[in-house]
Design a binder for this molecule. Sequence first.
Ligand code: NAI
Length: 343
Amino acid sequence: MVTPIPATLIAGDGIGPEIVDATLAALEALGAPFEWDRQIAGLEGVTVAGDPLPKATLDSIRRTRLALKGPLETPSGGGYRSSNVRLREEFQLYANLRPALTVIPGGRYDKIDLVVVRENLEGLYIGHEHYVKIDDDPHAVAMATGINTRAGSRRLLEYAFEHAVLTGRKKVTIVHKANIMKALTGIFLETGLELYEKKYKGRFELDTVIIDACAMKLVLNPWQFDMLVTTNLFGDILSDLVAGLVGGLGMAPGANIGADAAIFEAVHGSAPDIAGRGLANPTALLLAAALMLDHVKLPEMATRLRKAIDATLNVDQVRTGDLGGKASTSEFTRALVARINQG
Ligand code: NAI
C-alpha cells in the first residue's frame, strides 16, 4: 500500500473541469495515491467566494505544498490581479519547468525533446513600471525596472542543474543578453558559470547563447539543444516557442516549483470558445500530472501515463478535434484509461 499524498485540486474555469475529470480518471486507473483537497480559484473563486484566490485555497496549498490546477481566468474588471501571478509570489514558485517533447510524430519538427527552465519571479516582470509626463502628454516616456539578484539566479540555476543531472540531460545552455544588458542578465550568466565550475563541471556540458541567436537556432536546428535555462522574460517567450515546435500549447505541460510548494498545470488557458462542449484535449494537463508524479518520486507511474498517452494518440489514433481527430474528451479518456489498464 502506497502512502497517501495530500494534494490540492483546482478544477479552474472554462474547459478546466473537463480536462481535470479526464486527468483524475487516468490517475485513478494508475492507482496514484493522491488524496485530493478540492478548492476553487479564478472566475469560480470570484463567483463563489468573492476572490479569485480565496483564503481556503491558499491555506490548502500551504498545507499540502502540492497542487494540480486547471486554467484560471482573471476577470478583466474589478481590479483583480492574475491568480497565477499571485500563486507564484505567494509560494515563491521561482522555477518554471516547461518540457517540450514530440508526442505526435510527423509534424514540422520531429523527435523534439528539450526542456526550458525559466526564472519565474524576478527580471523585467516585477512590475516596477511608470510613465513620465512631458507637457500635455501623460505617457510621453515609459520606464520599467528589472531586478535580478545573485540569490534568485543561483537558486533557479541550481534547480535547473540538479534537474539536468537527475534526468540525464547531456547539455545545458544558459540563455542571456549580457552583451547589451550587462548587469541585468550578466549577473545570471556569471552566477551560472560560477556554479557550474564549482559544483557541476563534468556532470553535463554547459554552453551559453545570446537570446536572439538562440531564437534563430531553435528554428533552424532545435535538436542542438537539450535544456535551456534563462531569465523571466526570455523564458516566457522561449517556452512558448518550444511548445510551438511540438504542436502548440494543447500538448504543453508546465510545472511551477518553489521553496514552499509545487503547482502543476497545462500551459494553455481556459478555452472559453469550446468550454462545456466535450471538445477539449486533456493531453497537456495529463502530461502535467506526469510531471507531478515525477515530482513526488513516482517515476514508474509517470512513465506508464506517458506511454498510455502515446499509445492512445498514435496506436489507437484516438484524437480530439484540435489534433485533427473526431474524439470527444470523454471518448479520448475512455481509450486512455483502457490503455492504462492494459499496461
Ligand atoms: P486559450 O489557451 O484558452 O485558447 C487559445 C485557443 O486554443 C482557443 O481556440 C482554444 O479553444 C484552444 N485550446 C486551448 N486549450 C485547448 C485544449 N486543451 N483543447 C482544445 N483546444 C484548446 O487562450 P486564451 O483564449 O487567450 O485565454 C482564455 C482564458 O484563459 C483567459 O482568461 C486567460 O487569462 C486564461 N489563461 C489562463 C492560463 C492559466 O491559468 N495558466 C494560461 C493562459 C490563459
